[in-house]
Design a protein around this ligand. Sequence first.
Ligand code: AGP
Length: 609
Amino acid sequence: MCGIVGYIGEESAPPILLDGLRKLEYRGYDSAGMAVPGGKEINLRRVEGKLSNLELLLKKQPLESNMGIGHTRWATHGRPSEANAHPHLCCQNKIAVVHNGIIENYMELKEELIARGHKFRSETDTEVLAHLIEELMDGNNLEQAVRLALKKVEGSYALGAISVDDPSKIVGARLRSPLVVGFSNKGFYLASDIPAILSRTKKVSFMDDHQMVVLKRDRVSFTTLDGEPVEKATIIIEWDALMAEKGGYKHFMLKEIYEQPRVIEETFQRVKLKEDSVDLPDVQLTDKELAGLERIFIIACGTSWHAGLVGKFLIEKYVRIPVEVDIASEFRYRDPIIKPNHLVMAISQSGETADTIAAIAESKEKGAKVLSICNVLGSTISRESDGVIYTQAGPEIGVASTKAFTTQLTAMVLFTLYLGGKRGTISSEEARGIITDLRKLPEQARELLNNDEEIRRCAAEYYQRQDFLYLGRGINYPIALEGALKLKEISYIHAEGYPAGEMKHGPIALIDEKMPVVVVATASGVYDKVLSNIEEVKARNGTVLVCATEGNDQIKKRSDHQFYIPETREDLSPILNVIPFQLLAYHIAVLRGCDVDQPRNLAKSVTVE
Ligand code: AGP
């Protein structure tokens, strides 16, 4: 998964491209590059490693132009290296291409191009595009050549291309990889994602699959891949550039953890939340369809899958419809049994996760309605769904998902209230109680975040441990999974989440004084069972860190450390209980000197299989 940017206008392009790439580094950061048109050839600068290396190179060997394209890479084909960095050039160095996606038939195309005399300089799939366009420029302008080249391509792409033989334009195209066009009075922008251009313009258009765009100094024109003109709406993005910046925090992840009170509130304030009911007009399902629902499939990956697991508890309890929660990469290949009266719910922060997109396509082929919970307006998943519930988390830049998760849980509560209201399975008294407690969560989260001393103490005491076990029961079992995922993905410590009741069926063999055991032990219908599990750990010299409800002094005798959580109803407790685990993972990772916002091997949105 990579980030691409392009600019054409009255200003110098290199600083704009570099700034845009910096805002996209979270999409991939193992190499980077930039290209602008020279006289007879493209002028190219590329580096291995982080964007700061490109910045250094540009200082030594500056580029000058009022147009250009840039790229920051997360390798899918070809190891991270300067030769494999984008932009890629054709044989005569007259065409440059940047690309996010996968050309699935690139080997076949590459062999054919080599047989026709083309010389390749990289191991990437992308380079075939530069050579294909080069061949097809004969008698064609750049957009015609790109169009013909893409007809030969199988796979996914968000593409930017320039040519010295057809200068003063940037051609873009998209298929199953995001691409956005920005408009300002100083020029036009092409980017993989909004943060890249937000400091320049808030006026954007999201490209759809099989669409192309030509950016010139004086105009932008959209067409289909067949060249048919397309009218595109422009959207004013409400995020400001600062929101996409760190806001004074050391890391994006910490900023985003502390944004949770506000974005949880915004997520339920943006819907029609009354005293005892919720209306979700974007769900786009008729009352008849909602009344006839007999099963719900929730599909997602990673943290979003954990949100789905919490959703299962809520929907089954309050709506009494069976809910299956599937990891998207499993769902898409297991030939699921989906009937017309089944609903598929996709959960995704980025809206661009390839496995989830493919699972949606599979669901639609089988006739299901698709509803998504998504954080990015105009993203592929939001546009492929019949209905959308938008989380209002704003840009989540840290690779480890935090505010997206708690707003996904909030959206799940809203959907449960909405569906239960439509199907008459939730009394107005029950709904009123849940909504009252939901409205308290932002302030309770603020209180939690302002009392992180014990979490910092635990991070300092345990950051060098090699293994952690997280335990939870019922609706908080997914929070144990999420706590473990947070720790492992940013601190590289091995951590496992388990249902607490499962410990005696194997993991208890792991318990010793070296492995901290983190337990969700807030007030619940299974609290006594959780206490027993804590005893089992203590009896084997285990160290126990617990999330416990404020006022529960009894648990101090049975655990080594307590993270106290403001009292809320069990069904909403996952939204608060996860916060100490996010902070614990963050502080441990910082103490271990890890790259918190850009952990090794990871990317913010996995747009490849
Ligand atoms: C979570 O911290 C990870 N970054 C990862 O598991 C993520 O949740 C997963 O890749 C799904 O991404 P999505 O929500 O954008 O679809």
